[in-house]
Design a protein around this ligand. Structure first.
Ligand code: ADP
Ligand code: MG
Length: 263
């Protein structure tokens, strides 16, 4: 059964989408069967993978509304000669999704219920969350086994994290009733400018706060990470030898080891 991981932080611009796309591609690189779900109305993960929105047969909105099956809106993206991943695309249709979900029974479990049918086809399912803690992000959390929290190595990095952690705690409590668990997969430090003292100060602050919960791999600032989406490909395809490509591969390896070496 695939492990479902939400990439979440209600702050925008912290590297959620970059991490979702490139971790997904790197997991695929290591031979894992990966499904990436774009749960942001901006559709940045979708465009970062070169998908032309006008050619879509449907998107996550249609699946959540029960108008289409998840499989019917799914796209297969070739990330290299040998590796591919599946994508549930998003469009601006998702903009009003929170209100729509509220009209449904069990409105916090809509994604969970449609995902249940197909998660056995994957090793990992990653969900790129929107920069909010509304009903859609809650749907992602209720469908997940764990949360990966990207934190940008900049001033006020951990500001607002209490809110996210409190939300996670509430979800954990509610899932427990159904004998399910939501763990914190790890905190990922992103966009570290290694030349600045301020950047390293944030690294230390976050490590002090989360202790062992921080991934050993941290992502430095890198031009390739910024440019790859404009070519509609993951960094691994755009510049396989760049530090960002190496770092996201290292993150994928760390995540695989954390999960698959467990007894
Ligand atoms: N490692 C990195 N180095 C340089 N720029 C980055 C890096 N990671 C992300 N970015 C850029 O930072 C911006 C925000 O990243 P994004 O992944 O879209 O964040 P979010 O999804 O949290 O809003 C984007 O313009 C992205 O290209
Ligand atoms: Mg994003």
């Amino acid at each position: 059964m695939g492990k479902v991981i939400s990439i979440a932080n209600q702050k925008g611009g912290v590297g959620k989408t970059t991490t979702s796309v490139n971790l997904a591609a790197s997991l695929a690189f290591y031979g894992k069967r990966v499904l990436l779900i774009d749960f942001d109305a901006q559709g940045s993960a979708t465009t970062s993978l070169g998908v032309n929105r006008s050619q879509l047969k449907g998107n996550l909105y249609d699946a959540l509304m029960g108008e289409k099956k998840l499989k019917d809106v799914m796209l297969t993206i070739q990330v290299s000669d040998k590796n591919k991943l599946d994508l549930i695309p998003a469009t601006i249709d998702l903009a009003g999704i929170d209100m729509k979900l509220l009209e449904k029974n069990d409105h916090l479990y809509v994604l969970d219920s449609i995902l249940n049918i197909c998660k056995r086809d994957y090793d990992y399912v990653l969900i790129d969350c929107a920069p909010a803690l509304g009903i859609s992000t809650l749907n992602a959390l209720y469908a997940s086994d764990s949360v990966l929290i990207p934190i940008q190595c900049q001033f006020l990095a951990i500001d607002g994290l209490t809110q996210l952690l409190n939300t996670i705690r509430v979800v954990q409590k509610n899932l427990k009733v159904n004998q399910r668990e939501l763990t914190i997969e790890g905190v990922l430090l992103t966009m570290l400018d290694k030349r600045t003292k301020a950047g390293w100060a944030i690294v230390n602050e976050v490590k002090e706060y989360f202790q062992e919960g921080v991934f050993k791999t941290f992502i430095t600032s890198n031009v390739a990470a910024q440019v790859a989406p404009t070519y509609g490909v993951p960094i691994l395809t755009y510049q396989p030898k760049s530090s960002a490509a190496t770092l996201y591969k290292s993150l994928a390896k760390e995540l695989i080891e954390n999960n698959e070496n467990k007894q």
